[in-house]
Design a protein around this ligand. Structure first.
Ligand SMILES: *Cc1c(COP(=O)(O)O)cnc(C)c1O
Length: 378
């Protein structure tokens, strides 16, 4: 090793002192920290994937389809709403989709705004593209006050507005009316990040319904969560074809490998099976919310595959207590809260057992189960 430290390098001034995205990847029996779908691909899906890879392997001397047309057709068909491949774009995870949006519509001298607490990658991708980040605020119940959101947009006039619905890490889905108000007020692009849409309660409308007549609206989705394909790295968006013309200017040529395109198409051919796990996860989520509330804890309503709960004066102690018992959750969001991803029935039982043990250490059996005394002890 040269002994050179990051600070010694001629790195961009605006990157100095930053910390990279870092959900800890710790090898423990129960991993409930990155909102993955806990159900692995079925043997039938694995077999179809292996066959698709075998078929395409003989042509790996060639570059992939640069425009991923067949995959975009499949994604449009999955999304419905009358969308065509011309309105759908895909990249390596929705994080890359977001980065391409920032490259095309952000940059030096430009700004992007989001309403926090929300997804930590929005400011990271924004500032990584030398775009100024403007933190807006959500309400105490983690919803959005449309009046205040519109006022903040009119004050700052950001080039890009992020809305996350259902939101990460709070689980909150936004009413369509709030999204419409933001779209109408925003002077630039509006990105609605719907990474968790498939987990929302039945009847929750998608922002895809707002696309007609709103050419500056982008709705992003991912196969990392509901589709149980986090390892594939496939994210996508729906928008006006002109927006995709803008993204073509900044994307790297051949950004989506032949094997990624093939894997995503096989997964889409198994949509029914993959989304079959979503109902089970929603039921586990609702049970988890009820159980945590039964422990006297505060719990945010969730339309996603995770639950935000608190409040703890020392959340680190609770996080560590769970980790000691083999359960990894996420220390994220407002300072007194923790987030648990929804796993299998067995994993959630392990979480409840570990959580009970942690709470009983912190809260003597004689003390009443109330939030106030919990906050004191933990
Ligand atoms: C997990 C997540 C993503 C997905 O990222 P990928 O790059 O597609 O894995 C996007 N947005 C939010 C809000 C997320 O929580």
């Amino acid at each position: 090793m040269s002994g050179v430290r990051l600070d010694d390098l001629p790195i961009r001034d605006d990157l100095r002192g930053r910390t990279p995205y870092g959900a800890p990847q710790i090898d423990v029996p129960v991993r409930l920290n990155t909102n993955e779908n806990p159900y692995p691909p079925s043997p039938g899906l694995v077999a179809d994937l292996a066959e698709a890879v075998r078929r395409d392997a003989s042509e790996l001397n060639r570059y992939p389809d640069r425009d991923a047309v067949a995959l975009r057709e499949d994604l449009a068909a999955y999304l419905g709403h009358g969308l065509t491949s011309r309105q759908v774009w895909a990249a390596n995870g929705s994080n890359e989709v977001l980065q391409q949006i920032l490259q095309a519509f952000g940059g030096p001298g430009r700004s992007a705004m989001g309403f926090e607490p929300s997804y930590s990658m929005h400011p990271i991708i924004t500032t990584g593209s030398a775009t100024r980040w403007i933190p807006g605020a959500r309400e105490d119940d983690f919803g959005l006050d449309p009046e205040k959101a519109v006022a903040a947009i009119e004050e700052h006039r950001p080039d890009i507005v992020f809305l996350t619905s259902p939101n990460n890490p709070t689980g909150t889905a936004l009413p369509m009316e709030a999204i419409q108000r933001v779209v109408a007020a925003a002077p630039g692009m509006v990105v609605v990040d719907e990474a968790y849409f498939e987990f929302a309660r039945t009847g929750t409308p998608s922002s895809l319904t707002l696309l007609p007549g709103n050419p500056r609206l982008i709705v992003t989705r991912t196969m990392s969560k509901a589709f149980a394909m986090a390892g594939t790295r496939l994210g996508y968006l729906a928008t006006d074809p002109a927006v995709i013309d803008a993204l073509l200017l900044v994307r790297l040529p051949y950004h989506l490998s032949t094997l990624t395109q093939a894997a995503a198409r096989v997964a889409l051919a198994h949509t029914g099976e993959l989304l079959g796990t979503v109902d089970r996860l929603r039921a586990e989520r609702d049970a988890c919310v009820a159980w945590l509330r039964g422990q006297g804890l505060e719990v945010a309503d969730s339309d996603a595959n995770f639950v935000l709960f608190g409040r703890f004066a020392d959340r680190r102690a609770v996080w560590e207590g769970l980790l000691e018992r083999g359960v990894l959750i996420r220390e994220v969001g407002p300072p007194e809260w923790l987030r648990v991803s929804v796993g299998t029935a067995e994993e959630m039982a392990a979480f409840r057992e570990a959580m009970s043990a942690v709470l009983s250490v912190a809260r003597p059996a004689s003390a009443p189960a109330g939030r106030d005394d919990l906050e004191e002890v933990l």
